[in-house]
Every structure is written in structure tokens, then in C-alpha cells.
Write a protein that binds this ligand. Structure first.
Ligand SMILES: Cc1cc2nc3c(=O)[nH]c(=O)nc-3n(C[C@H](O)[C@H](O)[C@H](O)COP(=O)(O)O)c2cc1C
Length: 188
């Protein structure tokens, strides 16, 4: 699959087959990530690959974090939502948490964040070319100190995304976009 095909067929994948992922596949995603453009070559990205027991602990954390939204987490509808939060991770073969270094200098900080976002997009497109699906998730969970602890993330890092990865159960339905022409002004 060439890059344009990967770009135009990518969509967030909601459900994955249970098949585990070879470590080599995940390594290919990470190798693609670090090819991202990066001003000053700070290489600000950090990756945490969660499978097996660490993924189970992440699922518990996601459930416990979400429980804070409910006045009564034991109420039937809350229990259902919390089970869904847990199962959503358990049913995903691998979760990759992505962190970026937080520089003291604001310009460097913003550029590093942008570079890590480029690295994330590389991973999503590399996944497409390997027949894998992805789902990018953020949210307040990323700021939960228990997540840093689980990952063992360093002091100067900010976790900016989680990428859920696996073999897609079905082709994603592509969400329409406004044509690029509507967002573009050509300046001759
Ligand atoms: C920075 C960023 C954060 C996102 N966070 C979430 C999230 O927390 N939960 C979620 O369901 N989707 C999240 N998404 C995925 C978007 O909802 C999704 O990309 C969008 O609906 C477009 O759909 P597509 O990826 O299928 O094209 C995030 C996407 C980006 C770029």
C-alpha cells in the first residue's frame, strides 16, 4: 500500500480481532514514528507499549478513572459504562502510550509537541500499510498521575496520546471531510 492509499483509507478502528500482534510489527510502527520531522533533532517522543499484564492494569485504570464521572459508580448504567471502558482495552491487542518531552523554552515545547504528533501520524499510516488498524485516544486519563506511575514516565514527559492497535474486525467507515479546496487559498 502506498502512502496516499494509506492516508485515504485510514479511519479509526473501533473493534479488533483478538489475534496478538508480533513484536516485530509494533517495532515497525515505532521505527516509522521516529522518522518524523523534528526541528533541532530533539527526538522528544517516548513510547510505552502495553500488552499482557500492563495492558490489564491500564484497563483497570481506565475503568477507575472513568468511575470518577459517576455519582454512584455502582448504579447499573455506571457499571455498564465502566465495564465497557475496561473491556475496550482488554479487547485491544496492544496500546501504545506516547509521551513528549516538555522543554522549558515555550517555542521548543511547542515544536516538540508538533514533532511527536507527526510521529503519531507516521504510526497510524505505517499501521495501515501493515494491515493493522488504530484508534487514537486522549482525554483526562492521560493526566491521571496513576498513568504516569503505570508507565514509569519520566518527570519531564507529558503523555499526549494512546494508540489502540490491532487487526481490524472490519473496515472502518470513513468519516467525510470538507474538500481541502474549501480550506485553502492559493496565493500566486
Ligand atoms: C489529538 C486527537 C485526540 C483524539 N482523542 C480521541 C478520544 O479521546 N476519544 C475518541 O473516541 N477519539 C479520539 N480521537 C479520534 C477522533 O475522534 C477521530 O480521529 C475523528 O473522529 C475522525 O475519525 P477518523 O479517525 O475515523 O477519520 C482523537 C483524535 C485526535 C487527532
Amino acid at each position: 500500500m502506498d502512502v496516499l492509499q494509506a492516508i485515504h483509507s485510514r479511519g479509526s478502528v473501533k473493534a479488533f480481532k483478538p489475534d496478538p500482534l508480533d513484536r516485530n510489527l509494533i517495532e515497525q510502527l515505532l521505527d516509522a514514528a521516529v522518522r518524523a520531522p523534528n526541528h533541532k533533532m530533539t527526538e522528544p517522543w517516548r513510547f510505552y507499549v502495553l500488552t499482557g499484564d500492563s495492558k490489564r492494569r491500564f484497563a483497570e485504570l481506565r475503568r477507575d478513572h472513568r468511575a470518577q464521572r459517576f455519582e454512584d459508580p455502582e448504579a447499573p448504567e455506571a457499571r455498564k459504562a465502566l465495564e465497557k471502558a475496561y473491556d475496550g482495552v482488554i479487547d485491544t491487542p496492544a496500546v501504545i502510550a506516547v509521551a513528549t518531552l516538555v522543554a522549558d523554552d515555550p517555542v521548543r515545547r511547542e515544536e516538540d509537541f508538533a514533532a511527536t504528533c507527526c510521529a503519531i501520524q507516521n504510526m497510524l499510516l505505517a499501521a495501515m500499510s501493515l494491515g493493522l488498524g488504530t484508534y487514537l485516544r486522549t482525554g483526562s486519563l492521560l493526566e491521571d498521575p496513576r498513568l504516569r506511575e503505570l508507565l514509569g514516565a519520566g518527570e519531564g514527559e507529558r503523555v499526549i496520546a494512546t494508540i489502540y492497535v490491532g487487526y481490524p474486525k472490519e473496515e472502518p467507515r470513513l468519516k467525510p471531510r470538507a474538500p481541502a479546496a474549501e480550506k485553502t487559498r492559493w496565493l500566486d
